[in-house]
Design a protein around this ligand. Structure first.
Ligand code: NAP
Length: 327
């Protein structure tokens, strides 16, 4: 691997353009080398403007010499095929959440990357939100953790493909709830053992746009998750409830509040930072130094397994075990 890793970026849409912008502004240890999107005219124009290669087909992109690692920011239905092609070409790969549409696909991706000895990182970006890292550092302030309450409410979906199960794999739970499912493991260092869930379709025509779930964890802690795409305005909040107090992280406003008795004991404004920058920095650093990626393919798989358990629990109307991933 050279001193600056050439990144091949697949997807230049709403989120992929953020990756492109941060890479062009400068990320230590890597640079944007080539881009790929469906719209050939717009892709060529973008590449010319920035002195990059445009490659119309991602199958070719992953084999190009200037592409030393691949970043995938497409609708997740493409994640499996692009991941397998990149791994077979020996290129490390960073994939936006959700890692895969199904547990079987996620398993195949992780197994193939492990067998090939190629790095696979999942961009569970919410982990890198400074206020949530601060919450994790201060979790002992609540005393013995009894339970977590995690909520994410967003406006109606920005893309039509999000209402298509063949493209999105599921609804709001797999699309944005997956952030919260991953966060449960990140904050508690425990595994989800069992899930109960209820999903509802209010405005979407083919997938759920409201989901409620409860997880029982391996350490006895419970986690309550609420996720929707029906609200006006956006809320992402994580509440840690313990015998000595409560911590409430308001992600959108980057505030961490500690409650003691009936008072707000403290409110900390945590300086925010775009998560994609940290994701790219840590990916490049891992490739250059050999330290493990902070969110592995296995982590992405575990989050997909939790979503899968929620869908089964909602269908069957009973608690179901979360699958223990194997590869
Ligand atoms: N971590 C986060 O906070 C976060 C936030 C938003 C999205 N995401 C994730 O990022 C991914 C993309 O979401 P988005 O909102 O950016 O979607 P989007 O705006 O629809 O962008 C999708 C991109 O993929 C490209 N694409 C589609 N099919 C392709 C193909 N066959 N070959 C090459 N390129 C193809 C599209 O090309 P054209 O534009 O040319 O059609 C487009 O540039 C999703 O997995 C989503 O879950 C994560």
């Amino acid at each position: 691997m050279s001193g600056s890793i050439g990144i091949g970026l697949v997807g230049l849409g709403r989120h992929g353009s953020r990756y492109a912008r941060h890479l062009l502004e400068g990320i230590p240890g890597c640079h944007l080398a080539a881009v790929c999107r469906q719209d050939v005219g717009a892709g060529r124009a973008f590449a010319e403007r920035h002195g990059l290669s445009f490659v119309a087909d991602w199958r070719e992109l992953v084999t190009r010499d200037e592409v030393e690692a691949v970043v995938v920011v497409t609708p997740p239905a493409l994640n499996l095929d692009i991941c397998l092609a990149a791994v077979r070409a020996g290129k490390p790969v960073l994939i936006e959440k959700p890692l895969a549409l199904t547990l079987a696909d996620a398993r195949e991706m992780v197994r193939t990357a492990r067998e090939a000895g190629v790095t696979l990182m999942t961009a569970q970006t919410l982990r890198f939100t400074p206020v949530l890292s601060r919450l994790r550092e201060r979790l002992q302030d609540v005393g013995l953790l009894e339970y977590l309450v995690l909520a994410m409410r967003a406006d109606r979906p920005p893309h039509r493909w999000l209402d298509d199960p063949s493209q999105a794999g599921g609804g709001v739970l797999l699309e944005i709830g997956i952030h919260l499912l991953d966060l449960i493991r990140f904050l508690t260092d425990a595994e989800a053992v069992e899930a109960v869930a209820d999903v509802e379709q209010r405005h979407a025509s083919r997938v759920e746009d409201v989901a409620l779930a409860r997880f029982r964890l391996s350490n006895g802690v419970s986690c309550y998750v609420e996720v929707s795409r029906v609200s006006g305005g956006r809320v992402c909040r994580v509440e840690a409830v313990g015998g000595a107090g409560q911590l409430i992280a308001d992600v959108d406003r980057s505030l961490l509040t500690r409650i003691e008795g009936r008072t707000v004991a403290e409110t900390e404004a945590v300086p925010d930072r775009p998560t994609v920058i940290t994701v790219l920095e840590t990916f490049a650093k891992s490739l250059l130094t050999g330290v493990p990626v902070p969110v592995s393919g296995e982590d992405g798989l575990r989050a997909v397994a939790m979503a899968d358990a929620c869908y089964r629990a909602a269908r069957e109307g009973r608690p179901v075990p979360v699958a223990i991933p194997s590869w």
